[in-house]
Every structure is written in structure tokens, then in C-alpha cells.
Design a protein. Structure first.
Length: 94
């Protein structure tokens, strides 16, 4: 069963949170190359600690670039259509 996460209470973004471009590039690269990933595996693949990754993923969700779903008791992160387009755009410029 797949359910979309709509209320994330544990992780809150400070209003002045500014994501690291380096971290975003890592996240976009891994998700583009491998598709949906569990947050723990994504944290390992991007070499980011879980807390930092979670803040970046939440920022991406608020911008409509990613969404999180629960499947088999795992939180999976996947790029939205806008996220895929953004990923291809930044990949061409970097």
C-alpha cells in the first residue's frame, strides 16, 4: 500500500533555511540515476547525514520538486515532473 505523506510534524524548516547547492545536486543526481529511494538509502548514497537530507527533501517538497510516499514501511523519495525537469536543467549547466 502506498500513501502520500502530507503532514510532516517531526521535521520543521526554519523560515530562513537555505539549501546547500552541493547537497541538492547530490540528491538530484542520485534520484535521477536511480529513481525512487528510501530516505535512509538516499542518505547513504548522497553521503549526507539523515537530518540534513531530511531538511533538503522537505525544502524540495515545498517547492514541488519531490514527494515522499510510504511503501512497505519505508519513506521513499521521488522527483516530481517539475523536479525531473529541474534536474535535467541543472545537469546541463553544471
Amino acid at each position: 500500500m502506498v500513501a502520500q505523506i502530507t503532514d510532516i510534524k517531526r521535521i520543521r524548516l526554519e523560515s530562513d533555511f537555505k539549501p546547500s547547492m552541493k547537497s541538492l545536486l547530490r540528491i538530484f543526481r542520485v534520484l535521477t540515476e536511480n529513481g525512487a529511494k528510501g530516505k535512509t538509502q538516499l542518505s547513504q548514497d548522497t553521503h549526507l547525514n539523515y537530518s540534513r537530507l531530511a531538511k533538503h527533501v522537505l525544502w524540495m517538497e515545498k517547492k514541488g520538486l519531490a514527494k515522499s510516499t510510504i511503501k512497505d514501511n519505508k519513506i521513499n523519495v521521488v522527483l516530481t515532473k517539475s523536479g525531473q525537469e529541474f534536474s535535467y536543467t541543472i545537469a546541463e549547466t553544471v
